[in-house]
Design a protein around this ligand. Structure first.
Ligand code: NI
Length: 182
């Protein structure tokens, strides 16, 4: 999740950002089997991309990996590195309205209503289970990123008015995707 798709500078590594309307963003992800060094390498690369593109959250499918995991940094400090593997939301409450962006939708930000609080269970970077009660921005990030793991995208959360006002930007992304394919 981000409110700014600006690239700051990423080395030429193999994982890159997957953008709308790439169908890889639409497949529901499968759970991570074992949290091993390969998963930790993937996580490190996801943090690298997320910080480089100025995001506060990034999910597996956004780097072309169909696994249930996401990374987050609600404070956008490089030492605030939150890892959520096989997340499971166990409680949602209240509501909040706010601007939301997504690294898979560069240059688009729109108002999305979310629950104010979210409690989830997940595994950390070492495969240890934990439970976290989140509020405000972190709760929003958790809801946005778990949407990704189910193949649900920002565009699905837009009201018809928002969709209309972002129509040109969405068409541009669709055209860019078609051009890159051919
Ligand atoms: Ni996103």
């Amino acid at each position: 999740m981000s409110d700014d798709g600006q690239v700051v500078g990423v080395d030429g590594d193999r994982l890159t950002l997957v953008k709308y309307p790439d169908p890889r963003l639409r497949s529901p992800c499968r759970p991570v089997g074992k949290v091993d060094d390969d998963i930790r390498t993937l996580i490190d690369r996801m943090f690298e991309l997320m910080f480089a593109f100025r995001g506060v959250g990034l999910a597996g499918p956004q780097v072309g990996v169909s696994l249930r995991l996401f990374v987050a940094s609600p404070t956008f400090h490089t030492d605030d590195r939150q890892v959520y593997i096989n997340p499971d939301i166990v409680a949602l409450d209240g509501s909040q309205d706010g601007e939301e962006g997504c690294l898979s939708f560069p240059d688009i930000a729109c108002r999305v209503r979310r629950y104010q609080t979210a409690t989830l269970r997940a595994l950390d970077r070492d495969g240890e289970p934990f439970e976290r009660a989140a509020d405000g921005l972190l709760a929003r990030i958790i809801q946005h990123e778990t949407d990704h793991l189910d193949g649900r995208l920002l565009v699905d959360r837009m009201g018809s008015l928002a969709k209309l006002s972002h129509r040109a930007a969405l068409k541009e992304l669709e055209a860019a995707y078609e051009t890159a394919r051919h």
